[in-house]
Write a protein that binds this ligand. Structure first.
Ligand SMILES: [Zn+2]
Ligand SMILES: [Zn+2]
Length: 387
């Protein structure tokens, strides 16, 4: 059973929505135009209920099947873009300077809208399909905001599913795995205090650049020497600010970075060791460090039963050999993790073909993936809700 016929008919219309979203990117929770268009379309499809303002600017659509059934399945897409200057030169390129749909959330939103249109038309299922459009996936934890706003309990969601496009994975293919799929990403902020002095008299001060440089090096010993080689972890310092000129030893320095892992216990080990290494190194050189370690998105952990179910649905759409059921996890993060902490479900990757990478100024969502992703959504709802 390949692409759903009716979905193939909708391909052009969904593509037009996608390109309109692409031309009008919005950031974080400020997705007012996009959320407004989503809510308006859901109403025009005849959804039984359309609720805006969940988690600030999230939108939820409720579609009840023709047959009686109690089960409620949640399908989730994200709506936000990134603060990147687009360099695609496409006719529907971003009309907003410095903002761009570089993660394909325009495609995710359009595909789920297409599925909602189909499901509201056909209603060939028993129970309820809830379509979830969230803001602020890119760093704002919009999924958590929706959960805190009662998403799961208010709509009675029993299972929840998510999808992300995947550059490099061929068009018409899916990839997924049970267990950890995407990393937890914690935030490291370090403020160093030393003692400023004339560059020619360093012995009278405490050099925060030297301390910071040692910290950057020492932190790399954590993954190399504290984490089990068979586990996965990343520690990256990505910002180091200190000093203004060439003849002053700076009194202050600031470093920012990220720590990532695929298991909560590894995340905890990273937190402990990063704190010890930063404080110890600063003390060793006579300075002090204030470290702020903040837990970010948790690990995306796919539930076994729901992953096996998602695999069956994906195979139905694209064929047995086009679904990688044991894809390597990635160290990128996804706030869909918060929804998977609430209810069983699965997150799947859909092939975007040979495109530029996510978050790259030349990236574009592949419209040829629309029939594949939309068919997956509609079959997933219909199959999960057979009654
Ligand atoms: Zn992204
Ligand atoms: Zn994304």
């Amino acid at each position: 059973m390949p692409i759903v016929n009716r979905v193939a008919d909708l391909h052009r219309e969904i593509t037009a929505w996608r390109r309109d979203f692409h031309a009008h990117p919005e950031l974080r929770y400020d997705v007012h135009r996009t959320a407004g268009a989503v809510a308006e379309k859901l109403k025009s499809f005849g959804c039984d209920d359309v609720v805006p303002g969940i988690g600030r600017t999230g939108v939820v659509g409720v579609i009840r099947g023709r047959k009686p059934g109690k089960k409620v399945v949640g399908l989730r897409a994200d709506m936000d873009a990134l603060p990147i200057e687009e360099e695609t030169g496409l006719p529907y390129q971003s009309a907003v300077p410095g903002k761009m749909h570089a993660c394909g959330h325009d495609g995710h939103t359009a595909m789920l809208l297409g599925a909602a249109k189909y499901l509201a038309e056909t209603r060939n299922f028993a129970g309820t399909a809830v379509v979830i459009f969230q803001p602020a996936e890119e760093g704002g934890a919009g999924a958590l905001a929706m959960v805190k706003d009662g998403l799961i309990t208010r709509f009675g969601i029993d299972e929840v599913y998510g999808m992300h496009n995947y550059p490099g994975l061929p068009l018409g293919e899916f990839a997924i795995r049970p267990g950890p799929l995407m990393a937890a990403a914690d935030h490291i902020a370090i403020e160093l205090q030393g003692k400023g002095t004339h560059a020619a008299r360093p012995h009278l001060g405490t050099d925060t650049i030297l301390i910071g440089a040692q910290i950057v090096n020492q932190l790399q010993s954590i993954v190399a020497r504290n984490v089990d080689p068979l586990e996965s972890a990343v520690v990256s310092i990505c910002m180091f600010q200190a000093g203004q000129t060439d003849n002053v030893v700076p009194q202050h320095a600031k470093l920012l970075g990220t720590a990532r892992s695929l298991k909560a216990e590894i995340g905890e080990l990273l937190r402990q060791r990063i704190n010890a290494v930063v404080e110890g190194t600063a003390e060793l050189y006579g300075g002090t460090a204030k470290i702020t370690y903040t837990n970010g998105y948790p690990v995306v952990v796919n539930h076994s039963r729901e992953t096996a179910f998602a695999v069956d649905v994906a195979r139905e759409i694209v064929g047995e050999d086009k679904v990688d059921t044991d894809v390597a996890p990635v160290m990128g993060a996804e706030d869909f993790a918060f929804m998977l902490q609430q209810r069983p479900g699965a997150f799947i990757f859909v092939g975007n073909g040979d495109s530029a990478g996510l978050h790259h100024p030349a990236y574009d969502f592949n419209d040829e993936a629309i029939p594949v992703g939309t068919s997956y959504w509609v079959r997933l709802a219909e199959t999960a809700l057979t009654g």
